[in-house]
Design a protein around this ligand. Structure first.
Ligand code: KIV
Length: 273
């Protein structure tokens, strides 16, 4: 029998068992009740309430502006919908970089107010003290290395990270450090597939990739990208499973035409006294 079964609730332990058994882990973002319910019912293993909500939900250019309050709100909406998936919530920019006490306080708020199952934060050696402190409270932590969008103003671009030897070595060292610190899993974003494969082999915790190639323990995509709602974002790693933008455009145009021609509502769609 596989580790992954439709009925069983997913825990951090399940993900570790899946890695050991060589079963790929599925992860998608969600930020609201209705879509989270559909995603959970379809059987995804992990739902990430990502700070990509800043772009996708709020139309911001970066993930920098989203606040802890916004993240808690989105996480509460998702939590009400989910029966099976593990819910991981991003600590937003400014809610953990100050010091480890701030990181712990922000994580406790997410766990208490949104009843999330784990938090995720970006960075390696720079944040390892905070990760250790969050773990002392029994809060599971997912790491995130490679392209870390909260540092966009340091990098200046969203291109592939760690192509050069020095940055690749730092990423490997950071991955080992996060494993040693006690992270239960690690996201690797937009790095060469060979490097991602090496990390996945060297660490015992699950490595989940986005733009990190196939030789890792699982994959994550932003839901609105893979459903074809956000059509202005087309990186090489993105596979679109639907073209919802076109379907929604067609549906809204048809509705407007029906209202304007007085075809909607018809007799059957109306109440009589
Ligand atoms: O916020 C997010 O959606 C993420 C994924 C890209 C991993 O961090």
């Amino acid at each position: 029998m596989s580790v992954h079964t439709e009925a069983r609730k997913v825990t951090t332990h399940t993900l570790q068992e899946m890695k050991r058994a060589g079963e790929p882990i599925t992860m998608l973002t969600a930020y609201d009740y209705s879509l989270a319910k559909l995603v959970d019912a379809a059987g995804v293993d992990v739902i990430l309430v990502g700070d990509s909500a800043s772009n996708v939900m709020a139309g911001q250019v970066t993930t920098v502006p989203i606040t802890l309050e916004h993240m808690i709100y989105h996480a509460q909406c998702v939590q009400r919908a989910v029966d099976r998936a593990l819910i991981v919530v991003d600590l937003p920019f400014g809610s953990y970089q100050g010091n480890s006490k701030q990181a712990l306080d922000s994580s406790i708020r997410i766990m208490k107010e949104a009843e999330a199952h784990a938090v995720k934060l970006e960075g390696g050696s720079e944040v390892v003290e905070s990760i250790r402190r969050i773990l002392t409270a029994g809060i599971p932590v997912m790491g995130h290395l490679g392209l870390t969008p909260q540092s966009i103003y340091k990098f200046g671009t969203y291109t592939v990270r760690a192509k050069e030897e020095e940055e690749a070595e730092k990423l490997l060292t950071d991955a080992r450090l996060l494993e040693e610190a006690g992270c239960f899993a690690l996201v690797l974003e937009k790095i060469p597939r060979e490097l991602a494969s090496r990390v996945a082999k060297e660490v015992s915790i699950p490595v989940i990739g986005i733009g990190a190639g196939p030789d890792v323990d699982g994959q994550v995509l932003v839901l609105h990208d893979m459903l074809g709602i956000t059509m202005d974002f087309s990186p090489r790693f993105l596979r679109r499973y639907l073209n919802l933008a076109e379907s929604i455009d067609g549906a809204v145009k048809a509705y407007c035409a029906d209202v304007r021609s007085k075809d909607f509502p018809n007799e059957e769609e109306s109440y009589s006294s």
